[in-house]
Design a protein around this ligand. Structure first.
Ligand code: ADP
Ligand code: ZN
Length: 521
């Protein structure tokens, strides 16, 4: 049933409950759309204020709003926050005892609860379905809606069933889906899977003008890291690493270098994790060294730098993580330490995945490689990835401010990608190099690759300015961070690295270059 509420009354609620005097961006239009009983699809970058778009209508509408949310920790944070604002909010997930579940359900049925957060797993349970059918529900919010898409960076199969469940509760319930991931492909997939093609789409710009993007070579990373942090003493920062082990190592390293840092990952005891998070929020420590388990739903406005110690699995993930810098609108610096070895490591982790999942993971990695290697304005590339076009170079990224010879390789990157494409992605770097250099040999001939348009197109490239790097990083284990289901890992025996040096001078420089820009073996 549509509800008429004037703009002034909404602002009143905004002020009274949340203490804000203005709506941000399209918040008000989004809220009105839900009040009208329509479906909404909200695409906004991290920190833009998505939560308010369902929290406020939940308060003013009769009944209980259902919020589907993927992380238990995130749910608890939001519920605590709402209760602090004087709003009755509750959650249902696997962390509750039977008695607690019954209490929550009774409160909802008696009409006292304004917001009920539910994990998708709990939503799928039959007993909860009949409970929801009895409850007076105002609307359904689907937070982190990209979890529904296999193309996204955080696919959760349980999200697939959401729409069917909502329909069996009440097919006329207004739905609001929200995400900070907005590549055109993921957006379409979300809309299709949630049957939200008719929803009004609210997409705000993903441009975070106050964030400076930079990529650095991973050479001497520890020295670079310490130097950077010491030059920014007193500033809050997050360092993302891929593995728990690396998180611990780096936290220790910073500690012995006199930097106030703590680790955070899903393998830590929950009490320790919580305490570390609190220390960071309360500014007792300056640096949080963390896996991607840290960040979702954590609202610290004055994070001044986000450093990626290891390459992330996708540009979407990267963008979300860097988005935690500069939420207060002041400058934030985002540095990614990049080496192609990290990409190979990540690729190795995908080897046991199902075919389509593996292909998608490869694609996400290829985008990452492309981003790291191109000399084009970083912001242009990132926004382009989110389907947004920036006419001018930003003037506030490493490529804009300090173009370096290492990154002046656009033409070469294009040649490599074309060659990989024309040879149908089936050949190794050595073969691709032969094709690019126009070398006739039996393999090239037997596949008719000497007849391709790309054959010999790379002959004229001069490699003097290219820094083709190699580093001697050790192997370690990356973990998927899932707060709800931390996966126990068995201890690993460390192998001594016996990696061969690329000392063979006769090798074409194309080979290592190809290995840098593709996920070719
Ligand atoms: P998102 O979910 O989009 O990442 P949040 O909902 O966590 O963002 O909001 C980010 C921050 O912005 C929070 O601290 C929130 O309280 C604040 N915020 C949201 N809306 C407003 C507003 N209208 N005015 C001022 N601050 C706001
Ligand atoms: Zn730029």
């Amino acid at each position: 049933m549509p509800i008429q509420i004037s703009s002034d009354t909404l602002k009143d609620h905004l002020k009274r409950t949340f203490g804000f005097s203005q709506f941000r961006g399209e918040q008000e239009a989004i809220i009105q759309n839900t009040l009208q009983g329509n479906n909404s699809f909200v695409l906004m970058p991290t920190g833009a204020g998505k939560s308010l778009c369902y929290q406020l209508p939940a308060i003013v509408m009769p009944g209980t709003a259902i919020v589907i949310s993927p992380l238990i920790a995130l749910m608890k944070n939001q519920v605590d926050q709402m209760i602090a604002f004087g709003v009755n909010a509750q959650f249902l997930n696997s962390s509750l005892t039977r008695a607690e579940i019954n209490r929550v359900k009774n409160e909802v049925l008696s009409g006292d609860v304004k917001l009920l957060y539910i994990a998708p797993e709990s939503l799928n349970k039959q007993e909860n379905l009949s409970f929801l059918q009895q409850a007076n529900i105002s609307f359904v919010a689907i937070d982190e809606a990209h979890c529904i898409s296999e193309w996204g960076h955080d696919f959760r199969p349980e999200y697939r069933k959401i729409r069917a469940i909502i329909e069996s509760v009440d097919e006329k319930l207004p739905i609001i889906a929200l995400t900070a991931t907005a590549t055109p492909k993921v957006q379409l997939d979300i809309q299709k899977t949630l049957n939200l093609e008719d929803a009004k789409v609210f997409k705000s710009s993903f441009n975070r003008k106050n964030l400076y993007y930079e990529i650095r070579s991973k050479k001497d990373i520890d020295k670079q890291l310490i130097r950077y942090i010491k030059a920014h003493t007193g500033k809050a920062g997050i360092i993302y690493c891929l593995s728990r082990k690396r998180v611990e190592e780096i936290a220790d390293l910073l500690h012995v270098n006199g930097i106030k840092a703590l680790p955070y990952h899903a393998g830590l005891d929950p009490a320790v994790r919580m305490a570390n998070q609190e220390s960071f929020l309360n500014e007792e420590v300056e640096v949080m060294v963390a896996t991607i388990a840290f960040g979702m739903g954590i609202d610290k406005p004055d994070v001044r730098f986000v450093i990626h110690y290891d390459a992330p699995k996708s540009l979407e993930g990267y963008y979300q993580e860097t988005g935690r810098a500069g939420r207060d609108g002041l400058d934030g610096t985002c540095i990614l330490f990049y080496t192609y070895d990290d990409i190979l490591k990540l690729d190795k982790f995908n080897k046991d995945k199902a075919f389509s999942e593996k292909e998608n993971a490869k694609l996400l990695l290829a985008e990452m490689v492309y981003y790291a290697n191109l000399g084009v304005c970083r912001r242009k590339q990132l926004l382009n990835y989110f389907g947004e076009y920036l006419a001018e170079n930003c003037g506030f990224c490493d490529n804009c401010l300090h173009p370096t010879p290492t990154f002046k390789a656009e033409r070469e990157v294009v040649l490599v990608l074309k060659a990989v494409q024309e040879t149908e992605e089936k050949f190794d770097a050595e073969h691709i190099a032969d094709v690019l250099e126009g070398k006739i040999n039996q393999y090239v001939q037997s596949y008719d690759h000497d007849k391709l348009s790309i054959f010999g197109a790379g002959k004229t490239v001069s490699w003097n300015a290219q820094a083709v790097e190699d580093d001697d990083d050790d192997d370690d284990e990356m973990e998927d961070e899932d707060e709800d289901n931390p996966i126990p890992k068995k201890p690993k025996i460390k192998k001594k690295s016996t990696k061969e040096q690329h000392s063979d001078d006769e090798k074409s420089p194309w080979i290592s270059f190809i290995k840098q820009v593709t996920i070719h073996g």
